[in-house]
Ligand binder design. Sequence first.
Ligand code: ZN
Length: 826
Amino acid sequence: MRHIQRRIALLALPALVGSILVATGPAGADPTGPSAATSRSQPEDRESVRLVQIRLTGADMLDKVVAAGFDLEHGLRRVPTGIEGEAVVTAEQVTELTAMGVEVLADDAGFAWSDQADGGIGVDAAGARAVQPSNHQATVRIARADWFTTKGQGFLYVEARTTEGQQADPIVGMQVENDSGKGTPFGFARTMSRFVDSGQYMFHRNLFKLDTRPTRIQVTSSTGGVTTGVVSNWLENAPPPLTANPSYKSDFVDGYKHPQQLYSRAKEIARQYPDIAEIVYLPNQTNGYQRKAQAQLGGTGQAAVVVTSAAWGHEGGNDITVEFVDRPDANLPLAVEVTGKAVRVLLATDAAGAPASTATQVADALRTRSAGLIDRAHPYRTNEGSGIVAPTAGPVALTDFLDQKRVGAPEGEVPRGPATIPVLRIGKHRDGKKPGVLIQAQDHAREWVPATTSLESAERLVHNYRSDRETKKIVENTDIFFILSNNPDGANYSFYNFASQRKNMTNHCPDASADPGQRNSWGVDLNRNYRVGSGHDGYAGGSTNCVSGTYQGPEELSEPESKNIIWLVEKYSNIKFMMSVHSNGGQLFWQPGAYIADGRITTPRPPLGDEAFYWQSAARILSQVKAHRETVVTPENVGGSSDVLYSSAGNVREDLYYTYGIYAFGWEVGGSVYNPATGDWQGGSFQPEWTGNPELVSGHAETMEYANGIMEMFRVAADWGKDKKDPTSRLIPGDGKYRGPVDVRFETSEPATIYYTTDGSRPTLESPRYAATEFREPGQVFHVTETTTFRWFSVDSAGNIEKNYDPTKKDKRNNYRTATITIAKK
Ligand SMILES: [Zn+2]
């Protein structure tokens, strides 16, 4: 079977065919103004309208084109060379776009979009676009209608769109009704919530508590649009989990583990199970659980001096003392005396013998005259340091503050200095031939459950390998890499000093934020430090402020912890799956995970085959989570993270998926669980009590249930590695003669991406991709108005190509698929 590196194509190729564009020409311009002629170039004859795929150089050109009246907001996507999208236009409008510098990439004459042909956008006598489409049937679409139960309670989740959703005045409302089983009438009307993000209408969505499973729903918009849909099951009827085998062993982790415990257990596992486990050391040491020693002296505000040692605290900085000394005589100059590690600043005096040195003068003297003990001294925060410093009561000891243990910190000393992160690699055949899975936990230091969840999964693999058939299959067919804590410095700080630490320990702050009062806010958010869709490239959700919780770092991959991940996936190119494990949102994410806020332009949407594979995998993983104690991660918390949550610029998932073609999940363990006693969902926390209420919030219960999910991810990877079966696909309806326009769509036998042409050319990886109607919706529908031949092939998530077709070279067999829709002329 032929495999291709599918996702190399993702960024390299025009990721073109996407959502349906409402067929508008330039609209809304003043019909009497200079642009009136072009504004009026609305298609009179639908046959002459066509879909073109376009590329804009960037946001500036987009602004220009939109200002000229073209409606391109829908379905735009960011590509390395600019912004790509689609427009439904006449030949005249194509000329207009080209004149504006827009590159027309492909031109699909021959069919038009159903939204348009089914009534579409009316045009009034003056040529301005009518606001109301004439056919309301087409203006409401249901994206999801999912039913699930948890702890004896039923829930219905509905997600639906109106094509008028962006409209602001008046805002279009939506209502959902449901039946109460097959054949029963609709009723129980409820209002839906409008979800708007970064100024863009997303969809309406709600989670409703219901006692009876409905079979159908009906969604109505306030402008009269109405549609019905069938209710699906979410995480119902899952296959038995691994834990269903009575001899299966689990529940190995007995409490939270700090990095030293995690790493020493990882090394012990490698020693105990040398036939299936080993340690791989990551090459870049962390910047260390260490700090410079500091003190703030001389007074407050303008008189305060912030002093920082040249050496790390544990390497001598903590032994330094600084004293500001008052002397009785008049008119003395500022001087510095250094004896061993004792620094004495002899303050200048005025004519009356009073201290006369300003904070700036003292700081300058310390930096230059402390025999190298102090290399950073400056006024406090944004002060100029114009105040006269006060003498100290005696020598003041500098400290790195790391010996100030927080209440409840574990026993023992934490090793200071840089850490080397071990990767626990588990697999019977660690030769690069089995699909690799990277489990990367605790990028964020305060997230303790991800580490225990990952360790529990590793323990289950090695303990069940010999006794459990399903575990043996995992170990023999995958190559698993566990990073049990990817932020050991921050994690130690969270355990021993400041429980809410999120970032690593690297202090990139300028003087204004470098005083010890800011020490709990230093560090880089490791999950904002990557290269794709990063804040440095203008994506939203990463901060340039060094004390922000989402500080992205001074540059992409500035931190050793993120460099290590790139090193690992480049060295072990068999890694095809990745789970970035976080807490405590109760979510499962993939791409897109970042967008440019202005216009809400996301990183490219995964092809439909990847999207379907992500959903299929998510359902498997979450079903096994549910099997433990009925915790349900709801569908509103599953999908592209920027579609359902927010943009996180420079996250690891975007880099691994777009650069290396790795299926990269983001996993928020913990989160809300339904409490039948109160009828409410109860939220989780970063460090829930380990032995908390096992039915509600408990570190132990979360560890066990989410480890179920990680084990299922291994099974997903093992199945993927063994998938040698071609996908099959079909056009519905297929070949045939039709009396009038026909709506057609593709269907595949498994998650697969279709590349197709309608212009007579052979399909290649550069051909348009069959896409979703809109994100989180099923595949688009083509409205075929003229005789059209579709040529296509499909590629499954493992890279198998339908009928073994080779799209990369001329193939005389031409064994792609074809179907001709023949439209009879009247
Ligand atoms: Zn996190």
